[in-house]
Write a protein of this length. Structure first.
Length: 213
């Protein structure tokens, strides 16, 4: 009987690790490690990690935001998300903060929907997606700036979102992983959901110092 499919965390011998670029939000790190008896050098984005929230209302509609993302020159549809760049902040607390700041929403039910690495060949960024239900609109709206000042919002059916992902019209990774995972979890009676405070072994390593953002 084969073992269940699972990623395997590995700690290879590390000869050297240096931060070669200090960014506003994330850095670039160069590591020299041993694999197969020889040294290998790799540079990658040293990222604080992030959380995202798939907010699902009683009509199975997903709360979406659309904002400009400069690296891909696109105003893409997303689910609320944010960096884990507040020193010592709990991921669930960060998710609640992002839902409030980007959607003016609160939720009475929280669960872990999915964990994933955004680009494991070039970044250590890990994202946890929470499922938020039992939604209500907050009494006061948050002030927004920069890209968030120009956000659009929209409610779209879960199945409509899945269709748009499969048709390649939506390409944001947190949205794509979130809606596909939610559809699969719903088909299984939501038994795959994790506790809101579930352990997160793959979480990005916290920054060595408070955020400079």
């Amino acid at each position: 009987m084969p073992e269940p499919l699972a990623d395997e965390p590995v700690e290879l011998p590390l000869r050297e690790s240096e931060r070669v670029f200090d960014g506003r939000v994330w850095d670039i790190r160069r590591d020299t490690f041993e694999l197969g008896g020889r040294p290998i050098v790799r540079e990658y984005v040293d990222h604080p990690g992030a959380v995202a929230v798939l907010a699902l209302d009683d009509d199975e509609r997903v709360f979406l935001i659309r904002q400009y993302r400069h690296p891909v020159r696109t105003r893409d549809w997303e689910i609320p998300a944010g960096l884990l760049d507040v020193h010592g902040e709990d991921p669930l607390a960060a998710a609640k903060r992002e839902l409030a700041e980007e959607g003016d929403l609160e939720a009475s039910e929280w669960a872990v929907l999915a964990d994933f690495f955004t680009s494991p060949g070039g970044s250590d960024e890990a994202i946890r997606i929470y499922l938020a239900r039992g939604l209500r609109v907050m009494s006061e709206a948050f002030a927004r700036e920069d890209e968030e000042a120009h956000m659009e919002t929209r409610w779209a059916g879960l199945d409509e979102c899945v269709d748009a992902v499969l048709a390649r019209r939506l390409q944001n990774p947190s949205l794509a992983v979130g809606v596909l995972a939610a559809q699969a979890a719903r088909a299984r009676g939501w038994v795959t959901l994790g506790e809101a405070d579930a352990a997160w072994p793959g979480r990005s390593t916290p920054r060595e110092e408070p955020s400079r953002s």
